[in-house]
Design a protein around this ligand. Structure first.
Ligand code: ATP
Ligand code: LTN
Length: 332
């Protein structure tokens, strides 16, 4: 670990992981995991900003852990843990809440979006969500935060909070940078390509899930919304559906947009859509099979998250102690 730069990232266990979470975030986590000292978290405390069924939340948290490992994250080399197991996250979040402005939080796109979709439950946690996310990142003195495009604004706010704190107390926090993939930073819904593919989407046809069966994946791709001109061409403004499928195919089959346009020259969507589906089936097959295998070994999963929480706690406590001292709390 010595000398390596640090990564932190997390995903909420608020639904089944989607192809969007994989291409926007987890794929990069795996690619960066050899080079960096990595903390990959299941952010269950963030998930309860929207009402969750307790039994389902518990089940999904373990499933998500199995899926992280199945995607290629080795728990021996990466610290994989559950956010609520490391109490320093809640403690630093409270302190950072006092260094985060009402105006800043009101400008967050995710807050505006989620509060309009959950009008009956606009709770304080949903509003101050970014202060908890800043705590996640800053506790580990992270250099890099690999996320999809939608989280860029939160990482920028994290930097502003860190800057504000450091300007009062000296260099306490390292400045983190977002790391956003060039292709796949924003995968769109297959049924409404103007919206982001999202695990809490009510329309399951728009989403591809990591654990989905091949025949269901194929069905969703065959039904994906395209347009009426039958040409496989990358143009996100006038052809959002086709361009989204090209992005997915490009990452799943490792081909450039030019190569894809040439491959389907003179052919229609009837050839193109199943080809994308097949590439995704093959991409996800080993992940699903490995996750299913791991889920049968509950003792192993428990040992992974316990060891992860211990390692994470040691690193997080170092930063938290420093912060407590700086703000004037009496030593314990
Ligand atoms: P929710 O619907 O509960 O808000 P979500 O599906 O939007 O969840 P998150 O848990 O918010 O997913 O995101 C997990 C990670 O995956 C984040 O880094 C996020 O930026 C990335 N991500 C999520 N959806 C997509 C997408 N459609 N395209 C690219 N990246 C995505
Ligand atoms: N807000 C993120 C999840 C998240 C996260 C983090 C991502 C919580 N804490 C720290 C990166 C780093 C989301 O909604 N996807």
């Amino acid at each position: 670990m010595e000398g390596k730069r640090t990564i932190f990232s997390g995903i909420q266990p608020s639904g089944e992981l989607t192809l969007g979470s994989y291409l926007g975030a987890i794929k990069n986590w795996v690619e960066l995991s050899e080079e960096y000292n990595c903390y990959y978290c299941i952010v269950d405390m963030h998930a309860i900003t929207v009402r969750q069924n307790p039994a389902e939340l518990r089940k999904r948290t373990l499933e998500q852990l199995a899926q992280y490992i199945a995607c290629g994250l080795d728990p021996k080399k990466n610290t994989i843990f559950i956010q609520s197991h490391v109490s320093a996250h809640a403690e630093l979040a409270w302190i950072l809440n006092c260094y985060t402005m009402y105006g800043e939080l009101s400008r967050m796109t995710q807050f505006k979006d989620k509060s309009s979709r959950n009008a009956e439950n606009i709770n304080a946690g949903l509003f101050t969500y970014p202060a908890l996310m800043a705590a996640d990142i800053l506790l580990y003195q992270s250099d890099l935060v690999p996320v999809g495009d939608d989280q860029k604004q939160h990482v920028e706010l994290t930097r502003d909070i860190a800057q504000r704190f450091n300007s009062v107390y000296g260099e306490v926090f390292k400045m983190p940078e977002p790391f956003i993939p060039k292709v796949g930073a924003r995968i769109m819904s297959l049924t409404s390509p103007e919206n982001k593919m999202s695990k809490s989407d009510k329309d399951p046809g728009g989403c591809i899930y990591l654990m989905q069966k091949p025949e269901d994946i194929m069905r969703s791709f065959k039904r994906a919304v395209t347009d009426s001109d039958r040409k496989v061409k990358y143009d996100p403004v006038s052809k959002p559906g086709v361009s989204n499928l090209m992005t997915i195919y490009s990452v799943a089959a490792n081909k450039s947009y030019d190569e894809i346009e040439a491959e389907f020259e003179g052919k229609g969507y009837g050839d193109f859509k199943p080809a994308v589906g097949e590439a995704v089936v093959e991409l996800l097959r080993p992940i699903r099979e490995e996750a299913e295998r791991l889920l049968k070994d509950k003792n192993y999963l428990v040992s992974v998250y316990k060891e992860g929480a211990e390692r994470a706690s040691r690193a997080a406590t170092r930063t938290l102690r420093k912060v407590c001292k700086k703000v004037g709390f009496v030593d314990r």
